[in-house]
Design a protein around this ligand. Structure first.
Ligand code: SF4
Length: 461
């Protein structure tokens, strides 16, 4: 059942030996497996934001519960994707097998929710007991009028990145290119690959694409509709936003459908402009390029004018940056735009290229975070005494323990930071975080004296 999965090309999962470079080894270190996401979770991250399909988890209820809505992907239409659907495997299913239960669950989901398609996720337990999820899905699909797509991603296959990759394979093999009708390329159209519309990020970029006359065929997968992904092969260009997770997908789409790809990021003024210019160049339309150059200059001026007040308040603050993916390097220039100095930076789950790019952009005096354990972090915070920490949710409690202002820039956030509008939101959120009066209370004597509280209240008002 897992033959093709175990044959995944693992050459890019070798351990890196460079000091401070990201750990890409598949072998879980003791204790690490419990902290980091599994392959099943990684597949859910990629497929879950397809909003008009049902996502059915064939496993114990905890698998579905732990991964439910864990990325905060937003939808402008159907909310079906957020419905937690599971076969809830119990002891009896482990003994007698869960295939019948799966079959009944698929039929029930199809009848109750009328989805465009059903994705069925295999998990550790359903795989270990030998349920043939592929076969059940194939058999039930023959009785229904919608695709039933098995996603063979039991958690024990590896970490989140393996799951991302499996999801890319599923989309390539079973969804993209399956739309009926014309195969013609749509002029000036793009797919955004690895854009999950976290907190509405995608919606910060759409107005710019629209203003420039660029058509978004689909985002794989942010606020995505099943039928749009089926026609993703008609786009003229793929723009890879998260280079780690879906590189395999864009490479295969280039070979099969002749769609070239570029990499880009929509975090920060500089990278947003550069990505729009790169898109215009890659689409090979001189008029579009001319318009884009004028447009980005205007947007940059407008945005810088709006964030000037925040910059004044944030200038010369000193930060520790720890994130993954394109944000690894994109956030370096975003913080620099606000006049913030990076004392130390580090990454997890990024490609060696992302890491190298971050290193090149950072001031040579900035320290690379090599020890990413909690103890390592606490040590570096104690040494550097930063004014703020910009990182993912896992670092939040360490920041709070050390009473350091902290801003979550990963998937746990509630605010969109992409595009020019996202830069304004980011600058505002960072200013609020750093200047919040709460830090004064936390750093003062505890409990605060009555007079201090009243003084602070008066200042805030
Ligand atoms: S798939 Fe396996 S590792 Fe992942 S949540 Fe379920 S039981 Fe845990």
């Amino acid at each position: 059942m897992f033959t093709n999965l175990t044959k995944l090309d693992l050459k890019d999962k070798q351990c890196m030996s460079d000091a401070g470079s990201p750990k890409l080894c598949m072998k879980a270190l003791p204790g690490e497996g419990a902290e980091r996401s599994c392959a099943y979770d990684g597949a859910r991250v990629v497929l879950m934001p397809i909003t008009d399909v049902a996502h059915l988890v064939h496993g114990p209820i905890a698998c579905a519960g732990n991964s439910w809505d864990n990325r905060g992907a937003r939808s402008s239409g159907s909310q079906l994707f957020r419905r937690g659907l599971t076969t809830d495997i119990m002891e009896n299913d482990v003994i007698y097998g869960g295939e019948l239960k799966l079959r009944e669950s698929i039929l029930e989901v199809a009848a109750k929710h009328n989805p465009k398609a059903i994705f069925v996720y295999a998990t550790c337990v359903s795989s270990l007991i030998g349920d043939d999820v592929d076969k059940v899905c194939r058999d039930v699909a023959a009785e229904l009028t919608i695709p039933v797509i098995s996603v063979n991603c039991p958690g024990f296959l590896g970490d989140k990145n393996i799951g991302n990759r499996i999801a890319g394979e599923v989309l390539f093999d079973r969804v993209i290119g399956t739309a009926e009708g014309t195969e013609e390329k749509i002029p000036l159209s793009i797919n955004l690959i690895g854009e999950y519309n976290i907190a509405g990020d995608l919606w910060g970029v759409l107005p710019d694409l629209k203003n420039l006359g660029i058509k978004l065929q689909t985002a794989i997968t942010g606020d995505a509709k099943f039928d749009d992904i089926r026609s993703a092969h008609r786009a003229s260009l793929n723009v890879l936003i998260c280079s780690k997770s879906l590189t395999n997908l864009v490479r295969k789409m280039e070979i099969r459908y002749g769609i070239p790809f570029i990499e880009g990021s929509f975090y920060g003024i500089h990278d947003t402009s550069q990505t729009l210019i790169s898109i215009a160049k890659a689409l090979n339309d001189p008029d579009l390029l001319e318009r884009t150059l004028v447009y980005v200059q205007k947007k940059e001026e407008e945005t810088r004018q709006i964030i000037a007040g925040y910059k004044k308040l944030l200038e010369n603050k000193r930060a520790i940056l720890f994130t993954g993916g394109v944000k690894t390097w994109s956030m370096v220039s975003t913080l620099a735009e606000l006049g913030i100095n990076i004392l130390a930076g580090g990454t997890q789950n990024s490609t060696p290229e992302d890491f190298q790019r971050m290193k090149e952009l950072m001031d040579p005096t900035a320290q690379i975070i090599e020890d990413t354990s909690s103890a390592g972090f606490l040590k570096i915070i104690a040494e550097k005494k930063p004014d703020l920490i910009v990182a993912g949710g896992k670092t939040k409690y360490l920041a709070h323990k050390t009473r350091t202002p902290f801003l979550d820039i990963n998937h746990g956030r509630k605010l969109p930071y992409a595009g020019y509008q996202g830069m304004i939101t980011f600058a505002e959120a960072l200013t609020r975080t750093v200047l919040s009066p709460v830090w004064g209370h936390l750093k003062g004597d505890f409990p605060p004296r009555e007079g201090e509280l009243q003084d602070d209240k008066a200042q805030t008002l």
